[in-house]
Design a protein around this ligand. Sequence first.
Ligand SMILES: NC(=O)c1ccc[n+]([C@@H]2O[C@H](COP(=O)([O-])OP(=O)(O)OC[C@H]3O[C@@H](n4cnc5c(N)ncnc54)[C@H](OP(=O)(O)O)[C@@H]3O)[C@@H](O)[C@H]2O)c1
Length: 257
Amino acid sequence: MKQLSGRRALVCGASQGIGAATAAVLAEAGAQVILLARNQANLDSVLRDLPGSHHKALAVDIGQPSQVTALIQRELEAGPIHILINNTAGPKSGLLLEAQADEFLEAFRNHILSAQNFTQLLVPGMRKAGWGRIVNIISTSVKTPIPNLGVSNTIRGAMANWAKTMSLELGPFGITVNNVLPGYTMTPRLEYLRKATAGKLNISEIEVEKQWLATIPMARLGHPLDIAKAVGFLAGVDAGYITGINLPVDGGRTPSL
Ligand SMILES: NC(=O)c1ccc[n+]([C@@H]2O[C@H](COP(=O)([O-])OP(=O)(O)OC[C@H]3O[C@@H](n4cnc5c(N)ncnc54)[C@H](OP(=O)(O)O)[C@@H]3O)[C@@H](O)[C@H]2O)c1
């Protein structure tokens, strides 16, 4: 029997990148996976490639809590969802000084309020099962802010404190809450950041990538599976005594301990 056989997992932001890779790792470990994102065609393509059976895809915008709640409540009628992966697009890049109020509000809604809503919906079932895993995909900016990601840096710090607080409250019920902090990882998000940085610094995208690589001791960019395997470990049986942590998966780039 696989270690996550009989467990159900909800993976947000699962139509591409780190979320899609995480869904594949959890499915490989035996979990029954519910993929969630907005783009139905991309979700269907990820769904087709998942190992195992009884997976499904929900197309919804996590910024629409009433729609999300209705869909998840329907899923919970079939039984508890034991694993929650909070993950969505990062806020757009830009200087903090130039950031507008609506950018903060959107980021707060899509990251913090969304995670809060999913957690409130799923925790009763996890408590009944006496077992639960919540893993949040955040960023190394939790430890060291990244230049030109003003709103992102701000919201990631809030998310890390949300998660730590939640880990204190849920620990007694056998539910762990941890954060994975990806470094530069080859996904559509990184392609967007590479382009934005090249435009801002007036250099080529190749030069941007060279500058990034120079900051990474392992001398390569991350692959979505590098991140997904760490998420899979924290969501698995063997990580049962680990909660409230921030785990960088960044080839050694984060300078702080
Ligand atoms: N890649 C990196 O180098 C890196 C580094 C540090 C941190 N991170 C962070 O890690 C997270 C995942 O990164 P990634 O590179 O995999 O990102 P990505 O390629 O931009 O993928 C984001 C996923 O979230 C979904 N999504 C976006 N907005 C949504 C919404 N409103 N409702 C539902 N789903 C939504 C997207 O699908 P739809 O468009 O179909 O909705 C997609 O599946 C992000 O927060 C990112 O900022 C990434």
